[in-house]
Design a protein around this ligand. Structure first.
Ligand SMILES: NC(=O)c1ccc[n+]([C@@H]2O[C@H](COP(=O)([O-])OP(=O)(O)OC[C@H]3O[C@@H](n4cnc5c(N)ncnc54)[C@H](OP(=O)(O)O)[C@@H]3O)[C@@H](O)[C@H]2O)c1
Length: 283
């Protein structure tokens, strides 16, 4: 069995991050670049990520941007193919991109939060898994959320329908529960491969994800929120030196996920099984 190495010095390590153009993802990219990592930024808009790419290159970071819309499974496949065609190792995958408080359905027929936050990342991770294993020791980090505890479970019909609630936040919680369950199942499946998997709650961070929260809640909430740099710390730690696998890292400590569904191994297995069938029927 290969050992799990800590990666404090990231010189020569290649890290892929989704949704890195802004918010927590951008702060994670900057923190890892400062430690010498090469970055592959998977973003849905190359225009939006261009200023970050330019600024990182000025600091001599090896960085490229790859288009990837996680709400479109064909785009996820193209992004993975572009990354794999580079014929280089992949040491860390950070599944960070996410939406909250939105309404709709993806072109592949899934509730918007579930499709983007869970299913797009499920497919991306599985397409990159052999490369991660071949690059071991390697890590996968899922940026989940403490809001997963608000989800009572996963309604398999509802995740194949447009967003039903007015706020979209109950659907967001379900997608974040899916992140926690995917991490737990992935951790189990990766035992002994040298690839470890972590789910992270970054804390409450003042980013664009809250922009649909109604006034005056938003400015009030923002007063108590962390900066993106503070919010990036737990993800950066999981991407570099957290020990264990399949665990949930809540801001400062590894804890048990906060709800019964999040600890349900049968639900985690069923989510994997259904997700596998959904992504293959959409190919
Ligand atoms: N902020 C918080 O308090 C908080 C708390 C718990 C968990 N989180 C989690 O932290 C992660 C990062 O969120 P954030 O707070 O940094 O929000 P953010 O500033 O809104 O950043 C979200 C990122 O995801 C990208 N994204 C959205 N939809 C996408 C799609 N279809 N395909 C590819 N990329 C897409 C966005 O790209 P565009 O710029 O192109 O939209 C952006 O880069 C999310 O997973 C979120 O659930 C945040």
């Amino acid at each position: 069995m290969r050992t799990v190495l800590r990666m404090r010095d990231l010189e020569g390590k290649i890290v892929a991050i989704t949704g890195a153009n802004i918010g927590i993802g951008r702060a994670v990219a900057e923190a890892l670049a400062a430690r010498g990592a090469s970055l592959r930024l998977l973003c849905r808009s190359l225009d939006k990520v261009a200023p970050l790419v330019e600024s990182l290159r000025e600091q001599a970071t090896d960085v490229i941007a790859i288009p990837c819309d996680l709400g479109r499974l064909d785009s996820v496949r193209e992004a993975a193919a572009e990354l794999l065609a580079r014929d280089e190792p992949l040491h860390v995958l950070v599944n960070n991109a996410g939406i909250g408080g939105q309404k709709g359905k993806t072109p592949d027929g899934f509730e918007l939060h579930f499709g983007v936050n869970h299913l797009g990342h499920f497919l991306l991770t599985n397409l990159l898994l052999d490369r991660l294993k071949a690059s071991a020791p390697a890590r996968i980090v899922h940026v989940a959320s403490g809001s997963h505890y608000k989800a009572p479970g996963i309604d398999w019909d509802a995740v194949q329908q447009p967003t039903k609630t007015v706020s979209g936040f109950p659907e967001y919680s379900v997608s974040k529960l899916a992140n926690v369950l995917f991490n737990a199942e992935l951790g189990r499946r990766l035992e002994g491969t040298g690839v470890t998997s972590y789910a992270v709650n970054p804390g409450r961070v003042a980013t664009n994800i809250w922009q649909r929260m109604p006034w005056p809640l938003r400015p009030l909430f923002k007063l108590t929120m962390w900066s993106s740099e503070q919010g990036a710390r737990s993800t950066t730690r999981a991407a570099t030196d957290l020990v264990g696998t399949g665990c949930y890292f809540d801001k400062h400590a590894v804890i048990q996920p906060a709800s019964t569904p999040a600890q349900d191994t049968q639900l985690a297995f069923e989510l994997w099984d259904r997700s596998e069938r959904w992504v293959s029927s959409a190919s």
